[in-house]
Design a protein around this ligand. Sequence first.
Ligand code: C2E
Ligand code: CA
Ligand code: CA
Length: 566
Amino acid sequence: MKKTVLHTGAERRRTSDDAARLEGVLDTVVDAIIISDETGCIEIFNAAAEKIFGYSRDEIVGQSIGMLMTENDRRNHHAYLSRYLSTQTPHLIGTGREVIAQRRNGNTFYAEISISETTLEGRTTFTAIIRDITDQKASQDRITQLAYFDQETSLPNRAYLQERLESLLHSGAPRCFLLSIDMGDLTKLYSLFGAHGINLIVGGYGRRLLGQLTPGSIVARTGQHHFKALFIPMPNEKRSTAELADHLYRKMMQPLAVSNSNVYLNCRFGMLEAIPSNVSAEQLIERSDIALLEATSTPGCNFLLFRPEYEEKIHRHSLIVQLLHRSMAEMPFHLYLQPQYHIETGEVVGAEALIRWANPEDDWVSPDEFIPIAETTGLIQQITQWTLVKACAIAHSWRSVRGGKPLRMGVNVSAYELVSPTFSQRVESILQESGLDPRRLELEITETALVTNVALASSNLHKLQQMGVTVAIDDFGTGQSSLSYLTLFTIDRLKVDRSFVQGAARGKRAQALLETIVHLGHAMHIPVIAEGVESERILSALREMGCDEAQGNLLSNLYRLRRLSS
Ligand code: C2E
Ligand code: CA
Ligand code: CA
């Protein structure tokens, strides 16, 4: 209710002069200034307020301040004022509150408002200073959009997901799941759909996934072809984690129509149940990635639930990567040699060079473990170079030591080397520098190495065989490849894998398998060598089968390079 104040004539004149002066001053201010009495009736409305709200001073002065608010705020405001009038306790006084205000045309906008209360001669007024922050808000929104959303698909990004996961963990939410999804190799689709089309595909699948999850779930794009999803299953969800993952997997495997074509994915999932613990949101996200990595490196595996041993494996892997890199300067490797014997005559016919690594941590790491890591980190070339140089040098030195038949030197060669266009040249120059007769070098190659890229492998092998180098198929029988490569390449020796050799000691069927491999080699006029011979029984069985050569712990332990060379 408006309070009435009685003035004398002089006072009245002075008051209206003061008011006019005050209004003149207020009109120069860029912010809207609105003065209202304690019932919310507007008394002063400056020029900036006219501009911001769209009302002229004449139409708004004397009206309720509620006219500048949204419907909802207006109701709250009335309640607030009546509470204030009865209790005299202000709640809204202060600076810098953000509100939504309403213009004359009904449009709403973000405003920053500071309210102060003045009591003069027993009369209370409220002064509101209001700033239109629409532009500021829009640029803030834009910054948020850039910081938390993927620009191509408008899906949230990793930072957004991480913040949501953090707040879920802090709020002690019930069990929630984190899913890391690899969409498979989309690079092949670039030529067909272009970068824009790929973004449509990623966005399309992201939205499809979101549609399968409980309300409030998040699907974030966390890489070019990667999603992460965060969801809380329904309280009455009866499906197990595996069933849930399987359901989502099936949905993702259904084709997506893009530009009149159907896109088919081959996606993989890594999954994790996020339980509040001392593990941070960031670590949990990493763990979902670790589960995904394990799933992608396991053939035929569509999804995996995180297990601590996957993390240990990754840690060990990165430790070995670091140690290997550190080793490259000093090359702290040794060659051990395992002699190979002719079964009938008992004569030594050659030796296989096997690498040992004295790594900086002085930790024993088997070549079975570090060679595959050297292959994927590009260090294999340096290691092969080192092995070949050492092996050729030592084999060359034997010539004078052993008067009899020239011994051959078997060197293991990784599949990665066999498809390297420079491999045959590198071997050739090592042979030339060592002076070793190429016919005494035998490269041991696995079946998978041959079929990875038949053209490159055969070009390298052809050049080497032309020089006289021989080729043995290592671990024969264990690869998934068909035997057809036996007709595509010239093969000088089959090395029966030690699992078959050792298996033959355990049963008739395994023995029959070993015999079949020996016969297969002979039918193709390829000599056969058995590795991993550990017992007399196996050696005599091999002799009966007509197997040509053998190597293994029974016949000799491994010789360290220095010992054999002396
Ligand atoms: P591989 O080529 O099949 O080598 C035979 C493995 O069997 C060797 O393991 C050898 O020590 C082991 N062995 C020999 N005789 C017996 C036996 O009687 N019983 C048993 N149980 N095992 C026996 P190692 O030295 O640990 O090498 C493992 C694998 O690492 C090799 O398998 C080969 O694939 C790879 N490797 C070793 N040295 C090199 C190398 O210089 N370069 C490359 N690229 N790979 C290598
Ligand atoms: Ca071998
Ligand atoms: Ca083998």
